[in-house]
Every structure is written in structure tokens, then in C-alpha cells.
Design a protein around this ligand. Structure first.
Ligand SMILES: Cc1cc2nc3c(=O)[nH]c(=O)nc-3n(C[C@H](O)[C@H](O)[C@H](O)COP(=O)(O)OP(=O)(O)OC[C@H]3O[C@@H](n4cnc5c(N)ncnc54)[C@H](O)[C@@H]3O)c2cc1C
Length: 393
């Protein structure tokens, strides 16, 4: 068996890779293993919020990421049939972030940049390495992989996604694990901005046929649709998707479809982010529906918080600091991220026109009151959650 790593990271999704890079930059030796052949190239997250861009900037990543995506300074809530809308301008929080915009970019691009950064420092992802079991004592954690190898390290970060083997092996339970939500992402080159009046590049739309979000990336649009979990495959059928696109705009029905990705996401958070020398981060610890685009962002907030504390502990700091990680991140997820994602989802699902109008009036009142607007944007940009958790000892 080789020398134990200081930190072994299981999972090379955006959260594991950010943790690995944040630690590598400050001289911690990491090993990172992943069960897959390569990073996940499917359509998943596209929205990166301002504080996440601030954090990735500290890690030297944001400038390159911005080149690959689209900066969106204004976003909208719309009633589709009436074209009535309210627009929010992130300039209102320019004093709270270096990046007062949302970046629309494919999750895999972030993964690619982080892998390149790690490779430049001689850290290479050990793909095709599935962790199957784990045991720990007061000194070390030992993991057994699908290839029959034993890996040892002083600390383990389980960033191995929703089915986390690290979480299971550590017997960490969920605080809540309730509903499953269906979402379908459709990528198309149809130029919605040329056809829908005053459309923002991020627009959450109510319609009589159900909600959809229109999200513009660098060279194409994504449409994000709600779907019943039981009818996910039928809803994701191309002819049905074309029908829905045609409802958004008749000319979109025959547009080129670049991809269709159906997903089921749960709503849950673990009871503990730490057990002994094992720590959880990202989807291994928490999942929420994608409304508001917060899952990956929250996972990156975990990663950056955890990496700084792990580095301090490895430099002789008290390892109780890692319980603070648990308290801070559980607060942010349980009190901010999950409730906001669920409220966004429920609010968009309403089909009644009268309710749409009343809600639009309420949003208009927020947008036209500078202080209310600022508070609303601080919360929806995830800054309030970070400020609150920073205050937790
Ligand atoms: C439709 C949709 C839209 C979304 N939109 C947004 C958005 O706009 N903004 C946002 O912030 N979030 C969004 N999300 C959420 C985001 O995609 C996830 O939160 C994010 O991928 C979580 O990253 P992660 O690194 O924790 O886990 P993952 O990305 O799932 O990575 C886990 C990694 O662990 C590996 N692994 C699994 N098991 C093992 C094992 N036993 N051993 C070794 N390796 C293992 C996997 O191969 C994988 O590479 C969206 C999600 C969906 C489905």
C-alpha cells in the first residue's frame, strides 16, 4: 500500500474537483478517484451565481469560465400568454459581489477547467475507480475499491453524488427525504430572444400549459420544463417536446434540438456532514430541485468552506473546526437552499392566470423598492445564506 494521502476525495464532479483544487493550491496533497470513465458530460447545471463566481475567482477559475459562458445581469419572471413580466437587475447587489451577474455555462466546462488546473500541479483524476466500502479509526480512513485495492488517507471527502457510497458506508442518514421532482432540459438553437418581446437571457415563465424556464447559454438556449416523475419518459419524447416548444413560439416547433435530458431530483439533506475523518459535500450531502439553479453552487460553497478548514486542520488546527463546517453548511442548505428551491418550484407550478397576475404585481412592488429588491436579490443569489452561515460558530 502506498503512503496515505492527506485528503482523499471520492468523486470528480464539480464539488470534488473544486475541493481538490482549493486544497492543492495551498499545498495539501490530495488523491481524487471517480467511478466513471471520464467527467459527466450530460446537461446538468448551467447557472453560476455571483458569490460562486467570487469564490472561483479566488481559485483563479472565473476568468476562463466567463469566456465559455454568457453573463446575465438581468433576469425575469414572465407570464407567457400576456407577455407581462418583471425584470430584476443584479446591479442592485454590486456592492456585495465582484460579479453582479449570473453566468450561464455548462457544468462540464467548469469540470474541464478544474481538471486542467489540477493536472498542471501534477494531480490526475483516477477514473474507473469505484469506492465500495470504507472503515476508519482514530488515525486513518481505509477505502476498498472495485479494483480490489485499498486506499488510505487521513481525511476523506465524499463528493460522490446522490448515491454516495461514502455516505452509505458511514451510515449517515437524511434529515428529510421527501418528494421526487421531474425536470427535462432541452437545448435548442432556436433564437427565443428574437421572437419573445423583451425577453431576458434568464426568464422564468408561467404559462397555461405549465411552467418553463428559458436560459440562454453562449450559443444556444435551454428550455427547462417540469414533468411528473411517473410521466417523465413520455413527456421527454421528442414529439411532445416539439409540441411544447411550439407552444412557446410556433416557429420553435421545428427548430433544431441539440439535446433532451430528463432528470429526477429529490429534496433532502443529511443529518451530519462529518463522521470522524469522513466529510460529505455536494450532492452526497444534499439535493434539491433545480428551480433557481442552486445545487451545484451550494456544493461549491461546501467545497470552498471545507477546503479552507481542512487545510487549517492539516496545519495543526483543532479538528473541531470541521464541526463548524457541518453547522454552517447544514444551516445554509436546510434554512435557505432547500426552502427557496421548493418555493420556486411550487410558485412556478401554479396555472391560474389570476394568481400569476397577483404574483407579478407583488414582484413588481419588490423590483421597484430599492431595499426590498436588494434583499430579494441577495437571497436569490445565495449571498444571504453565506452571510448567515459565516456568522455561525
Ligand atoms: C436538470 C438539472 C439542472 C441543474 N441545474 C443547476 C443549475 O443551474 N445550477 C446549480 O447550481 N445546480 C444545478 N443542478 C445541480 C447540479 O447538477 C448538481 O448539484 C451537481 O452536479 C452536484 O455536484 P457533485 O460534484 O456533488 O456531484 P456529481 O456531479 O453527481 O458528481 C459525483 C461524482 O462522483 C462519482 N461517483 C459516484 N459514486 C462513486 C463511487 N462509489 N466511487 C467513486 N466515484 C463515485 C460520479 O461518477 C461523479 O463523477 C442541476 C441538476 C439537474 C439534474
Amino acid at each position: 500500500m502506498t503512503e496515505p494521502a492527506q485528503v482523499l476525495i471520492v468523486g470528480a464532479g464539480p464539488v470534488g474537483l473544486t475541493t481538490a483544487w482549493a486544497l492543492t493550491r495551498v499545498g495539501v496533497t490530495v488523491r481524487i478517484v471517480d467511478a466513471a470513465e471520464t467527467i459527466d458530460r450530460r446537461m446538468r447545471a448551467s447557472m453560476v451565481h455571483p458569490p460562486t463566481l467570487d469564490m472561483l475567482d479566488e481559485l483563479g477559475i472565473t476568468a476562463s469560465l466567463v469566456q465559455l459562458g454568457r453573463k446575465v445581469g438581468r433576469w425575469q419572471i414572465r407570464q407567457h400568454e400576456s407577455n407581462r413580466h418583471v425584470t430584476f437587475d443584479l446591479d442592485a447587489i454590486a456592492d456585495a459581489t465582484e460579479h453582479p451577474f449570473r453566468l450561464q455555462v455548462e457544468q462540464r466546462e467548469l469540470g474541464r477547467l478544474l481538471i486542467d488546473a489540477l493536472a498542471e500541479h501534477g494531480v490526475h483524476i483516477e477514473f474507473r475507480t469505484r469506492v465500495e466500502s470504507l472503515r476508519q479509526d482514530s488515525e486513518l480512513v481505509t477505502l476498498r475499491t472495485s479494483t480490489g485495492n485499498s486506499l488510505q488517507s487521513f481525511w476523506v471527502v465524499g463528493a460522490d453524488g446522490t448515491q454516495s457510497a461514502v455516505r452509505e458506508a458511514s451510515q449517515i442518514k437524511f434529515e428529510r427525504d421527501t418528494n421526487a421532482h421531474g425536470t427535462i432540459l432541452v437545448a435548442t438553437n432556436f433564437p427565443f430572444h428574437e421572437h419573445l418581446q423583451d425577453l431576458s437571457d434568464v426568464s422564468y415563465c408561467w404559462s397555461n400549459r405549465g411552467p418553463f424556464a428559458l436560459l440562454r447559454l453562449k450559443n444556444y438556449w435551454r428550455v427547462s420544463l417540469h414533468a411528473d416523475v411517473d410521466e417523465l419518459d413520455a413527456t421527454a419524447d421528442e414529439s411532445n417536446i416539439r409540441d411544447l416548444l411550439g407552444y412557446i413560439h410556433p416557429d420553435a416547433r421545428d427548430a433544431k434540438i441539440i439535446g433532451i435530458a430528463p432528470w429526477v431530483l429529490r429534496e433532502r439533506c443529511v443529518r451530519r456532514f462529518r463522521v470522524g475523518r469522513v466529510l460529505l459535500a455536494g450532492n452526497a450531502a444534499h439535493v434539491n430541485p433545480p428551480s433557481g439553479g442552486m445545487g451545484m453552487n451550494a456544493g461549491i460553497h461546501d467545497a470552498v468552506n471545507l477546503a479552507s478548514k481542512l487545510a487549517e486542520v492539516l496545519n495543526g488546527g483543532d479538528d473541531d473546526l470541521l464541526f463548524r463546517y457541518d453547522r454552517q453548511r447544514r444551516h445554509a442548505i436546510a434554512n435557505r437552499v432547500l426552502p427557496m428551491a421548493l418555493a420556486n418550484r411550487a410558485r412556478m407550478a401554479v396555472k391560474d392566470m389570476g394568481t400569476h397576475e397577483r404574483r407579478l404585481s407583488r414582484y413588481r412592488a419588490i423590483a421597484s423598492d430599492p431595499e426590498k429588491c436588494r434583499q430579494f436579490l441577495l437571497a436569490s443569489s445565495m449571498i444571504t445564506a453565506l452571510d448567515e452561515s459565516e456568522a455561525i460558530e
